[in-house]
Design a protein around this ligand. Structure first.
Ligand code: SF4
Length: 306
């Protein structure tokens, strides 16, 4: 039988990290500002409505305060959380004028139990003024900017229509770290035409940069996306669960043990998912994966030369 102590060290899990910091269960409350992405067309895999799996309705039509209060109520009940992180998740949450952003981020101040502010955005939609505004919240909250990147390879970024290259990420990352704001990088494993060597190069680069956190997803197809229309003609293969498990284990072995792993499974509700079907059972994936790492003797950072 695997001990709880061993379970804690196979990878630097976000929930464990938060529990250590605050001594109680901490959970994110995800809200949708409706701040859309710039550019004429979305990333080929993106359907923003699939992010909000707690709600079956379109959150953008719900006032933000109501979203927060519903989220707090639901998460308190479902997860018995005592402290919370306000999570601006869907879309590009720096894509508005500075006054609107300040009013929006300031919503956090209306609720006592928030300890953190997480803002998801794109690396090409931040500037000095926005970063300075976000840095002000560090006085009172643990602040993290989550940058969508998905891959360090420009060829891949082009195929998935990110609309920015790796250099733009590096520039945003540098400016963010100059203000001592934590950075989480979103990455997708199994992107079109990426071989294992390319994916592990992304892990090594995150280690080199000393990013604070990563959020990992397997590639999957959501309805009403460009990918859903084109994946057959692109002759894309999707990782089956076993392949993803192996790839993820190799990725973590090449990732510094100091980098917190915000997530490793992705999620899409069954009714919005095209493939692969195993994506819609997230808790099983996480549990299984932890057991897998233990069984194989693999742990985060084991191949990193410090
Ligand atoms: S940047 Fe994010 S929210 Fe915007 S289209 Fe791409 S994946 Fe979707």
């Amino acid at each position: 039988m695997v001990s709880q102590l061993m379970k804690r060290i196979v990878y630097n899990k976000y929930s464990t990290y938060l529990k250590k910091q605050y001594g109680v269960r901490v959970h994110r409350v995800s809200i949708d500002t409706g701040f859309s992405c710039p550019g004429p067309s979305p990333c080929i895999y993106c359907n923003n409505s699939s992010f909000n799996h707690f709600q079956k309705f379109n959150l953008q039509k719900v006032p933000l305060k109501d979203q927060i209060e519903t989220g707090l109520r639901n998460i308190r009940k479902k997860f018995k959380a005592e402290k919370f992180i306000l999570y601006f998740q869907s879309g590009t949450n720096t894509n508005a004028d500075i006054k609107t952003l300040a009013i929006t981020y300031d919503l956090i101040r209306g609720y006592d139990d928030f300890v953190g502010l997480n803002i998801a955005t794109r690396p090409d939609v931040v500037n000095d003024q926005v970063l300075s505004l976000i840095a002000e919240y560090k006085k009172d909250y643990q602040v993290c900017i989550e940058y969508g990147l998905q891959s360090i390879h420009d060829k891949t970024l082009d195929i998935i229509n990110r609309g920015h290259g790796y250099q733009e990420f590096l520039l945003a990352y540098q400016k963010t770290k100059e203000l001592d704001i934590a950075v989480c990088v979103h990455l997708i494993l199994g992107l079109p035409f990426e071989i294992e060597k390319m994916i592990l190069a992304t892990a090594a680069e995150m280690t080199r940069l000393k990013v604070d956190a990563v959020k990992l997803h397997p590639m999957h197809i959501i309805k009403d996306t460009v990918l859903a229309l084109r994946y057959k003609e692109m002759a894309l293969n999707f990782l089956d669960f076993e392949e993803y498990r192996q790839l993820l284990a190799s990725f973590l072995a090449n990732l510094s043990k100091d980098i917190v792993v915000y997530g490793l499974n992705g999620y899409a509700p069954e009714e919005k998912l095209v493939a692969p079907s195993w994506i819609s059972i997230p808790n099983i994936i996480v549990r299984d994966f932890e057991e897998y790492l233990l069984k194989k003797g693999i742990y985060q950072g084991m191949l990193v030369k410090e």
